[in-house]
Design a protein around this ligand. Structure first.
Ligand code: SF4
Ligand code: SF4
Length: 205
């Protein structure tokens, strides 16, 4: 898996959940399909009057989530930036061409109320629950940064093997210390809760 393939998969899903934070710190989620996909970026259209637009202009942080028919979760965390004025019409018209229903929603010149945003700096999480063992990976695109998540085993591990026995995905291998294979870890926390010497740490440490 890689970032461009994840973006392709998002394109196939079509309608994505976009989460922002409003002025009161409350989560707000919308389904968005007015999107154009590049191999390393995502352009989307909304209208100036919408709270969504105001939240993007004020803060810009956005999380995008999709779930495929193959039980793959793809989460994109990034910063949405308003496309420069001189490029607005070009990207907007491309989105309208690719999503013909938009011409019914915003007929004629009413599409001028729209604003196009772009996400170029992002981290993408891919999480596949449809394979055994489960598989996850993260990718940084542009200036995006991947944050460590889940759990890790510390040097204080005494090698008792308890974590390995309670792991639902057989994601822990023997060693000194034992080691979690992050690509197969559910982040369920069973190893963390059962280690007798607290040698499993939550990430980021
Ligand atoms: S349960 Fe704790 S001490 Fe035992 S092997 Fe796992 S990490 Fe090491
Ligand atoms: S968090 Fe869960 S899946 Fe991951 S290593 Fe620990 S027990 Fe296994």
């Amino acid at each position: 898996m890689d970032a461009p393939t994840c973006l392709k998969k998002l394109e196939h899903v079509g309608v994505l959940a976009f989460a922002t934070v409003d002025g009161h710190g409350a989560p707000q989620v919308r389904c968005i399909s007015a999107i154009h996909y590049e191999p390393d970026a995502l352009y989307f259209f909304t209208a100036r009057g919408k709270n969504f637009c105001r939240e993007l202009l004020r803060d810009g942080r956005v999380q995008v989530l999709a779930y495929t028919m193959y039980k793959e979760m793809i989460r994109l965390s990034g910063t949405a930036r308003r496309v420069p004025d001189e490029e607005q019409a070009e990207w907007r018209d491309m989105i309208f061409e690719e999503q013909p229903y938009l011409s019914n929603v915003y007929p004629g010149d009413t599409r001028d109320i729209g604003v196009v945003f772009c996400i170029k700096d992002m981290a993408i999480e891919y999480f596949n629950l449809g394979v055994s063992p489960i598989f996850r990976e993260s990718y940084a695109v542009g200036g995006g940064m991947v944050a460590g998540k889940g759990f890790a085993i510390l040097e204080s591990c005494i090698g008792c093997g308890t974590c390995r026995r309670v792991c639902p995905q057989d994601a822990i291998e023997e060693g000194r210390p034992y080691r979690i294979r992050p690509e197969h870890c559910l982040h369920c926390g069973n190893c963390f809760e059962n280690c007798p010497v607290s040698a499993v740490a939550r990430l980021p440490k």
